[in-house]
Design a protein around this ligand. Structure first.
Ligand code: ADP
Ligand code: ADP
Ligand code: MG
Length: 659
């Protein structure tokens, strides 16, 4: 085993690797960019090396800099995590040339699976079923269209170098093929420097089921059962589980064997995942799954498989990389219980999953240990007070639960998500809670279209009720000081009249009248009266028209956040002096909602536009965002060029003022 390893990554996966290294007595070296100098992974590691400015291309993607850091600190091996350089065969070769060990597969194995078309051809040869379609070299538009007609619609066009859901287009009708092809080629070129595509049959009622595999340097390859990752939005995973619902043992065995064959065909070592698309229309069948791609690294959702196998995959990675044979054989493995993982992101589900940035003014997770199998596990790379910056993936945490049955593990997931509190920025927690509560999902009716079908209900934002407003108002008061006169200051000053707290949420303005009576507060919100008692940890016991419950809140001096379990309500106390200030900038301008790259400007000066019309495309944090006109009008001026990098709030376009 190694004495010291360097972790060429950041965030939760860097923290995750450090946890296991520590447990194995292996010293750790973290690396960090300027944006991460105070980050959790840096604090957890034994040593840390600064590698450059915030942009990943100038820090976490600089292979030479990382290798230099490993040599300077005496690390013997490099763990790449996921993302960044984890699937870069050139990096693996450079690491090995420097006399260090790459904790992952051989460069050739990564290369073999790097392009989706070549991988499919290779898998076909190895006897692994692949999605029917065209994955050859000929790339003419006419030719591809003819192939699509032969395959039969709907078809999926994929950039062969694609990843993270990018460069894919679903085509339902032949007349839409040409435009979709152009889109996929453009995205492939822009994101991966490669416009080549493949065309696949689009599987109806698809389920995404993937097999975890592990190989060692002695020719052993095992699979560690399946994960179902069908809950996706825009082809990205949201909630994952293991095992897959309604998986017949013979289909599990067939998929496991296919994945092992795939890994053996490329001399695989270390942790990997073979992804299959599965026809979920009439139950799972041994002839109804097809290879999509292989991810030659540890996967984001690996904890659900750890939970059901009782194994630590980072430990296995380190032991295999150190030359040990796999400590378990296929026949030793058993499935234990059921596990779920939900990805908590800084993003606004109600606005097309727009990534959010900001400071985590308050962060609280359910009771659970950082790394134990069973119960509740939280993997997170941030702490209270840390920022989610525009530079990297906006994931805040993974909430993982394990239970003896699917029903219990899912119930625990809903409960754990309700106990996860994040203030300071918008998160997808309310959306995740609704997913965890979804009846179809609870019944195991999972397919990749579920979220899109029920999006309106899943992203619905309830209006805050009297109890939530009362708690928001009470949370803005200074906490009482035990027994001292100071604690009664508010009471004495305001006398029986109490005080009125104004709370603004978007356009809505609420007024809450608070009256103190010893340890109890009485709040009046419109016609409703609610009584409140302050509990520990920013929570209140609330009794009112809707019964009694316990609500938590967090106040950072400007913004107050109430966690109702179903929703996260954020209010600000309006500043009367600032009223009207934002108005002038109202519908007359289009500004960047976040820092990003201007991908396209869709209008020109003088163009007439109508409300809702797309005006510009901004790319930020892996995703494209379409900015639309807030009203009908005409373009006065285009203030940025395509390709410009812009800051949050930057002026992009102006409309001719009304009137
Ligand atoms: P998985 O199947 O493990 O969910 P993803 O394709 O979602 O794989 O990618 C895993 C991780 O890799 C992401 O969470 C992110 O951190 C990183 N990643 C993937 N694609 C990109 C990208 N285009 N830019 C930046 N990070 C990426
Ligand atoms: P990426 O590299 O972006 O992860 P994948 O090829 O793994 O791309 O596909 C991402 C997702 O797109 C899958 O998880 C699945 O939901 C959907 N998908 C991919 N191929 C098909 C297909 N042939 N039919 C239906 N859905 C598909
Ligand atoms: Mg994939």
């Amino acid at each position: 085993m190694f004495d010291k390893i360097l972790i060429a990554n950041r965030g939760e996966i860097a923290c995750r690797v450090i946890e296991t290294a520590r447990r194995l007595g292996v010293a750790t070296v973290a690396v960090y960019s300027d944006a991460d100098a105070g980050a959790k992974h840096v604090a957890l590691a034994d040593e840390a090396v600064h590698i450059g400015p915030p942009a990943a291309a100038e820090s976490y993607l600089l292979g030479d800099r990382l290798i230099e850091a490993a040599r300077a600190t005496g690390a013997q091996a490099i763990h790449p995590g996921y993302g960044f350089l984890s699937e870069n065969p050139g990096f693996v070769e450079a690491v090995e040339a420097a006399g260090l060990t790459f904790i992952g597969p051989p460069a050739d194995a990564i290369r073999a699976m790097g392009l989706k078309d070549a991988a499919k051809a290779l898998m076909e040869e190895a006897g692994v079923p692949v999605v029917p379609g065209y994955h050859g070299a000929e790339q003419g538009a006419e030719f591809l269209k003819q192939k699509a007609d032969e395959i039969g619609y709907p078809v999926l066009i994929k950039a062969r170098a694609g990843g993270g859901g990018k460069g894919m287009r679903l085509v339902e009708h032949p007349e839409d093929f040409a435009a979709a092809l152009e889109g996929a080629q453009r995205e492939g070129q822009a994101s991966f420097g490669d416009p080549a595509v493949l065309v696949e049959k689009y599987i109806q009622q698809p389920r995404h089921i993937e097999i975890q595999v592990f190989g060692d340097a002695h020719g052993n390859v095992i699979h560690l059962f399946e994960r179902d990752c069908s809950l996706q939005r825009r082809h990205q995973k949201v909630i994952e589980e293991a095992p897959a619902p309604d998986m017949p043992p013979e289909v599990r065995a067939a998929m496991g064997q296919a994945a092992v064959n795939a890994a053996k065909a490329i001399g695989y070592q270390g942790a990997g995942t073979v992804e299959f698309i599965v026809d979920g229309a009439n139950g799972l069948r041994a002839d109804g799954f097809w290879f999509m791609e292989m991810n030659t690294r540890l996967q984001v959702e690996h904890p659900v498989s750890e939970a059901i196998t009782g194994l630590d995959f980072v430990e296995l990675q380190l032991r295999v990389a150190a030359g040990e044979p796999l400590p378990v054989a296929q026949e030793d493995l058993t499935l234990g219980g059921w596990a779920f993982e939900a990805r908590v992101y800084a993003e606004d589900a109600t606005r097309g999953f727009l990534p959010a940035t900001g400071t985590l003014t308050h962060l609280a997770f359910p009771e659970g240990t950082e790394f134990t199998l069973g119960g509740v596990r939280i993997d997170s790379g941030v702490r209270s007070g840390d920022a989610v910056s525009p530079w990297y993936d906006p994931m805040i945490a993974k909430v993982i639960t394990h239970g003896p049955t699917r029903e219990i593990a899912l119930r625990k997931l809903g409960r754990a998500l309700r106990q996860t509190q994040v203030a300071g920025l918008t998160t997808n927690i309310p959306f995740l809670i609704r997913l965890a509560d979804h009846e179809g999902f609870a019944a195991g009716q999972v397919d990749t279209g579920l979220i899109a079908r029920d999006q309106a209900a899943l992203t619905h934002v309830p209006v805050p009720d009297a109890a939530a407003l009362a708690v928001a108002a009470a949370a803005t008061l200074p906490p009482p000081v035990a027994d001292g006169w100071e604690g009664l200051a508010g009471f004495r000053c305001w006398g029986q009249g109490g005080q009125v707290v104004s709370l603004a949420q978007g356009e809505a303005l609420h007024e809450v009248r608070l009256l103190h009576a010893g340890a109890t507060l009485t709040a009046t919100v419109e016609a409703a009266t609610v009584t409140l008692r302050r509990l520990d940890g920013g929570a209140f016991a609330v009794a009112g028209p809707g019964g009694s419950r316990r609500l938590a809140a967090s106040f950072d001096g400007a913004e107050v956040t109430v966690f109702t379990g179903e929703a996260t309500h954020r209010f600000i106390r309006p500043d009367p002096l600032a009223a009207g200030a934002g108005e002038a900038a109202g519908g007359d301008t289009v500004t960047a909602p976040m820092p990003g790259l201007v991908k396209a400007i869709l209008v020109a000066q003088g163009d007439g536009v109508s409300k809702g019309q797309p005006l510009a495309i901004l790319e930020a944090m892996k995703m494209e965002h379409t900015l639309t006109a807030a009203r009908d009008g005409a373009i006065e001026e285009v203030l940025v060029a395509e390709g410009a990098q812009v800051q949050d709030g930057a002026l992009l376009l102006s409309l001719v003022p009304e009137g």
